[in-house]
Design a protein. Structure first.
Length: 193
């Protein structure tokens, strides 16, 4: 199995580049943002709870998100590997993910960190907000999401850097150009090819 984390601040292109990676490497995509938005749109109990956090730019509590991930990993025993998009977002989530994967005799191979300047992040998310109407893509919530990222999520990169699994990727190029850099990084990690 080849297991990849796509990491970065809100709007750095995790969802966008995940689509390219899945096509190229046939990995199973697990996006906590997509799962949570699906729960919200179906108005499940979990969704109604999660919405309170998402609409305020805050992270959904660790225990909720970790439970969702454990179920998804168990549902895909024969996969070539997973791409984790938007997870882990706290050090506690990273520790839980390592433990969950160890329970399936596998582990994270690579964390790709998409690096994008803050002004560009804000511009992208405001633009998406105008087109998609996503309720968390407005100026006040975007600022909170970026602050939350700095306070709680950045530490995840350090956690995997200590395991020599971190690779930084320039994320403010065009979508194909950034994907070219991702391909180079994944292909140099021999298990993926
Ligand atoms: P996510 O769904 O993960 O969303 P995101 O971080 O905002 O966006 P992403 O980085 O995927 O950006 P995208 O490709 O779409 O999280 C949403 C919320 O869910 C969080 O705030 C949190 O509340 C909750 N949540 C999710 N996971 C959680 C977890 N593990 N724990 C707790 N809470 C969790 O790109 C954005 C825009 O930029 C798009 O419009 C795209 O077209 C554009 N773009 C992308 N690449 C570009 C490029 N190279 N050039 C120009 N534009 C580009």
């Amino acid at each position: 199995m080849f297991n990849l984390i796509l990491f970065g601040p809100p709007g750095s292109g995790k969802g966008t580049q995940s689509e390219n990676i899945i096509r190229a490497y046939q990995l199973t995509h697990i996006s906590t943002g997509d799962i949570l938005r699906d729960e919200v749109s179906r108005q499940t109990a979990l969704g109604l709870e999660a919405r309170k956090y998402m609409d305020n730019g805050r992270l959904v509590p660790d225990e909720v998100v970790i439970g969702m991930i454990g179920a998804k990993i168990s549902e895909n025993p024969d996969t070539r590997g997973f791409i984790f998009d938007g997870f882990p977002r706290t050090e506690a989530q990273a520790v839980a993910l390592d433990r969950l994967l160890a329970g399936h005799q596998t582990s994270i191979d690579l964390l790709l960190s998409l690096e994008v300047p803050e002004a560009e992040l804000k511009e992208r998310l405001l633009k998406r907000g105008r087109i998609s109407g996503r309720s968390d893509d407005n100026e006040a919530v975007i600022a909170k999401r970026i602050a939350e990222y700095k306070e709680k999520t950045e530490a995840v990169a350090t956690y995997y850097d200590k395991q020599s699994k971190l690779k930084r990727i320039q994320g403010d190029l065009s979508i194909p150009e950034t994907f070219g850099l991702i391909r180079e990084a994944v292909d140099s990690c021999k298990k993926a090819v």
